[in-house]
Design a protein. Structure first.
Length: 393
C-alpha cells in the first residue's frame, strides 16, 4: 500500500448532450454572470460554430464580448491582450469555445484577470502552483474538438515568448486545480464539422493521453481505471468518426472518451508529450499529429518496463489478444497505433511532417525542460530524447 498522502481532483461539472449549447445563457446566469467574455478563434467563427454559441446568449438578451486572436499555439502575448479586452468590456464570466489552444488561452486569461501579469511566475517550472489563488471568474469550457480534453484538465499550455528560459520561444505549462472549469459543456453537434485530418489528429491526441496516463508512474488507480475505459470508447469509435464524420453517436462518444482521457492524465503523461510540446512551436507540427508519430517509438522505448500494461492497452483498444502472451499483446498495442496512423494518413515521420533535422539536438534539450517526461515509465536523458526524435524522424 502506498503510504504517501495523495490529493486527487475529480472533474468539474460536466454536462453532455446533443444540442446542449442551447442552454448556455442559463448556465451563465446560474454563475451570476451578466456579460460573458467569449474566447475563441477565427477558424471557429468562420465555420459558423461560434454563431451556435452566441445565439442562445442573444436570444436571452445577454450582452457579451468576444476575443478571437488566439493562435494555434497560444502565446503569452495574446493572453495579456485578451485580459485587456476582458477588463475594458467589464466582463464577469469566461467562456472558451474551441479546441485545446482556445481553452488553454482562456484559462491563462482567467488567471490574469485577478493575478498580476506577466505569466512568468505562474508556470510549473517557476513554482506557479503555489502562487495561484481561486479568486477568479467562473469558466465555462465548450470543446469543439474531441482530443485535448482541456475542458477537464488542470493544465494550460502556453507558448512563452519572454526569452527568459531558452534562446527562443517554447511551450510551458500552468498547472493548478484552479484551472479546472466550473462547467464543461459537451455538445457533439459542435464537433460534426471537423474535417477528417483534424478528427484523426485530435483522436490520436486523446488516445495518447489515455496510454501515457495509464503507464505514468504516479500512484493513481482512479485515473488508471478511467484511462482504460476511455481507450475502450476511443478505440471503438475513432474509425467511425474519421470515415463517417456525420455520425453523431460516434462523435459524441469520441467527445466523452477525450474528456475521460484528459481526466486520466491527472496521473501524468510521458515522453511523447515532452517532445510533442516542443515540435508544435519549432516545426510547427500540429500537437495531435506529433503525438501520433511519436507514440510508437516511445512505446517501444518504454516496452520492457510496462509489458503488462501495454497488454491491457491492446485489449482496451479492441485488439484481439486471445491466445497471445503478455509480451505479444503489448507489441500488438504498438502495431495497432501504427495501423491507425496509416489508416488516417498520418505523415510517415517527423521529417515528412515538416521538421528540419538540424533542429533535433535543440528539441532534445528543450524536451528535458518539459515536466511531462518525469513520470514516463522509463527515465529519459537528453540522449534518449535525441534517440526518440531520430527514431520518429
Amino acid at each position: 500500500m502506498n503510504t504517501e498522502i495523495l490529493s486527487y481532483f475529480l472533474p468539474p461539472r460536466i454536462e453532455f448532450g446533443e444540442g446542449d449549447i442551447a442552454n448556455l445563457a442559463e448556465h451563465v446566469r446560474a454563475f451570476g454572470g451578466k456579460k460573458p467574455f467569449i474566447v475563441s478563434d477565427a477558424g471557429i467563427s468562420n465555420v459558423g460554430i461560434l454563431r451556435q454559441a452566441v445565439t442562445p446568449l442573444e436570444d436571452a438578451n445577454l450582452s457579451y464580448a468576444t476575443y478571437l486572436d488566439i493562435e494555434p499555439n497560444p502565446t503569452d502575448i495574446s493572453v495579456v491582450q485578451g485580459v485587456e479586452v476582458y477588463k475594458t468590456e467589464k466582463c464577469d464570466v469566461v467562456i472558451a469555445v474551441g479546441g485545446g489552444s482556445v481553452m488553454d488561452a482562456a484559462k491563462a486569461i482567467r488567471i490574469l484577470t485577478t493575478h498580476a501579469p506577466p505569466l512568468e511566475p505562474y508556470y510549473v517550472d517557476s513554482g506557479g502552483a503555489d502562487k495561484i489563488r481561486g479568486d477568479m471568474p467562473p469558466l465555462i469550457c465548450v470543446p469543439t474538438t474531441a482530443g485535448t480534453g482541456s475542458e477537464v484538465s488542470q493544465g494550460a499550455i502556453i507558448t512563452d515568448t519572454s526569452l527568459q528560459t531558452t534562446n527562443r520561444w517554447r511551450k510551458r505549462a500552468i498547472v493548478t486545480r484552479y484551472n479546472m472549469a466550473n462547467l464543461a459543456l459537451l455538445d457533439p453537434v459542435l464537433t460534426v464539422g471537423m474535417p477528417q485530418a483534424l478528427t484523426a489528429a485530435t483522436g490520436m491526441d486523446a488516445i495518447t493521453h489515455g496510454i501515457e496516463a495509464y503507464v505514468a508512474t504516479k500512484y493513481h488507480p482512479i485515473s488508471e481505471g478511467v484511462a482504460l475505459q476511455a481507450l475502450k470508447i476511443l478505440g471503438a469509435n475513432i474509425r467511425t468518426a474519421y470515415h463517417h464524420g456525420e455520425n453523431i453517436e460516434a462523435r459524441g462518444k469520441m467527445l466523452l472518451g477525450s474528456c475521460m482521457a484528459a481526466f486520466a492524465f491527472q496521473k501524468g503523461l510521458g515522453a511523447v508529450h515532452s517532445i510533442a510540446h516542443q515540435l508544435s512551436t519549432d516545426a510547427p507540427i500540429p500537437h495531435g499529429v506529433a503525438n501520433a508519430i511519436l507514440l510508437p517509438p516511445v512505446m517501444e522505448f518504454n516496452l520492457p518496463h510496462v509489458i503488462e500494461k501495454y497488454a491491457d492497452v491492446a485489449d482496451a483498444l479492441g485488439v484481439n489478444v486471445e491466445g497471445l502472451s503478455k509480451g505479444e499483446a503489448a507489441c500488438a498495442a504498438i502495431d495497432e497505433i501504427r495501423e491507425l496512423n496509416k489508416e488516417f494518413n498520418m505523415p510517415a515521420g517527423l521529417g515528412a511532417a515538416g521538421l528540419d533535422r538540424e533542429k533535433i539536438p535543440k528539441l532534445a534539450a528543450d524536451s528535458m525542460l518539459d515536466h511531462c517526461h518525469k513520470l514516463n515509465p522509463r527515465q529519459c536523458s537528453e540522449q534518449d530524447m535525441l534517440y526518440l526524435l531520430e527514431e520518429a524522424f
